[in-house]
Design a protein around this ligand. Structure first.
Ligand SMILES: C[S@@+](CC[C@H](N)C(=O)[O-])C[C@H]1O[C@@H](n2cnc3c(N)ncnc32)[C@H](O)[C@@H]1O
Length: 452
């Protein structure tokens, strides 16, 4: 009955996104919010999102069961076979509402685009896919790394490094959080500044969206149900969708009206927009290396002076009162939002990025006025990109000193801006949040000052 049925729109789109993620290093979340996605019906987009994010999150487990059936490494297969098999295996093992026959048939149709033999191969593997629960399959698995990779669906080296750097329990908790859809938080543009925030505005329902209070910030709200991106308030930029930890970061700079502020790695602009509102009457320079990303800043952060350039060779005169360096990083704090990153990263990446981060930190710090503050932040949880970069910058430049971010957080808590104790957000002097510990992305931030 299914014979000859074409690939349905949701699965065809999921296939295209997964291929783009594999072959062009595209980001699934961007594609699922892009123009072609908007041409799908809401139901198809929901299914495509579930399939894409499910496959990317559970790839470690899917490949384990597929390799049992295929007796070959999934990584060694043709890209279209990999995508068709993972889509099929995800539906067969994780989705109860899709009939098995339909899931297999659709994957075969996807693979057949590259010839009947590939369709036959995908059909054979999916029909032999183990149906037992994972625990039963892993019973005979002697390789501990493979076991953990299958169970937690993260590369074994990443799980090992988190166990070492934090604890085995913390590593498991981070991986479990990464495998669920993360909460959606919003920030109202009107509640950008001041500790009264959203609470003082009341629950102020955004049409068709159910909201709950923020988990760490009084000015934040969480989406319980509904799609804020479909609302008029979102379209007229009265609210931003932004993870709560990311919302909190610029607060640590304690910007003052009239200050000259540099956001050195500014796009897409969530933190720049807050800084612009928090320091009226001053200057906000929003620097961004890539022109196509700078365009986002011009649209989203009116009033900022947008400059395209390299923060490693500042194309600007110095003398800034405050600088935010929200540096490019491995992004290991955001794997729930960007599940593909975990499969792209290599063990040498944290150290490689740390060199770039140190160069950016040293170059931007040189643009501070005496007693000016610099906030260094990354959405990575790797110490090489956090504490180690800051220690290296302090060792290399005696004009810099550390200011305890913990003291600023205590001040914010005292003023009522936080909904948790400041100590829940810190490790020593710095801000350190693990993904999911407080229902947010993982972040590191340290505050520095140039001596007088
Ligand atoms: C972590 S993101 C910043 C996020 C941003 N602060 C926000 O809150 O929306 C890092 C940004 O820095 C940009 N970037 C990377 N290297 C850069 C450099 N050398 N100079 C300036 N910008 C850079 C990237 O293109 C990216 O847009």
């Amino acid at each position: 009955m299914l014979e000859g049925m074409p690939v349905a729109p949701a699965r065809a789109f999921a296939r295209d996104v997964l291929l783009a993620v594999e072959q062009r290093a595209a980001y699934a979340a961007d594609m699922l919010h892009g123009r072609p996605a908007r041409e799908l019906s809401p139901e198809d987009l929901r299914l495509a999102t579930e399939l894409v994010m499910g496959v990317l999150r559970w790839r470690g487990q899917l490949d384990y069961v597929l390799e049992r059936a295929a007796r070959r490494k999934v990584e060694a297969m043709a890209p279209l076979a990999r995508v068709a098999l993972r889509l099929g295996a995800y539906q067969l093992r994780f989705l109860t509402r899709v009939p098995a026959q339909a899931a297999v048939h659709q994957s075969v149709e996807i693979a057949k685009a590259e010839g009947p033999h590939l369709g036959g191969f995908v059909n054979a593997v999916l029909r032999h896919l183990p149906r037992e629960p994972l625990a039963a399959l892993l019973g005979a698995e002697a390789d501990l790394g493979r076991r953990r990779e299958a169970e937690f669906s993260h590369p074994a080296w990443l799980l090992e490094r988190w166990s070492r750097n934090f604890s085995p329990q913390a590593a498991d908790a981070v991986a479990e959080y990464d495998n669920q859809p993360p909460p959606v938080a919003i920030r109202r543009a009107a509640a950008a500044v001041g500790t009264e925030g959203a609470a003082a505005l009341g629950p102020a329902p955004v049409e068709g969206v159910e909201l709950a209070p923020g988990r760490i910030l009084r000015s934040a709200q969480r989406v319980v149900a509904g799609d804020v991106t479909k609302t008029a308030a979102y379209r007229r930029r009265a609210l931003w969708v932004q993870d709560e930890a990311s919302q909190l970061i610029p607060w640590l700079l304690e910007p003052l009206p009239g200050e000259r502020i540099l956001d050195a790695c500014a796009a897409p602009g969530g933190k720049a927009a807050w800084l612009r509102a928090a320091a009226p009457g001053g200057l906000l320079v929003a620097l961004e290396r890539h022109e196509y990303r700078a365009r986002l800043l011009r649209r989203r952060v009116p009033g900022a002076a947008v400059v395209v350039g390299d923060a490693g060779r500042l194309p600007l005169a110095g003398g800034f009162d405050a600088i935010l360096l929200d540096a490019p990083c491995t992004g290991t704090g955001t794997l729930a939002r960007n599940p593909e990153i975990r499969w792209r990263l290599r063990p040498e990446d944290p150290a490689r990025l740390a060199q770039l981060q140190l160069a950016l930190l040293r170059s931007t710090a040189a643009a501070l006025r005496p007693r000016g503050r610099l906030l260094y932040s990354v959405c990575s949880i790797e110490p090489e990109e956090g504490e180690d970069v800051v220690a290296a910058a302090l060792a290399a430049d005696p004009r810099l000193e550390r200011l305890p971010a913990a003291t600023v957080l205590a001040r914010l808590a005292h003023a009522g801006a936080l909904t948790v104790a400041a100590t829940a957000l810190t490790a020593g002097d710095d801000l350190r949040l693990l993904p999911g510990a407080l229902g947010t992305d993982g972040f590191f931030a340290a505050l520095l000052r140039r001596r007088a």
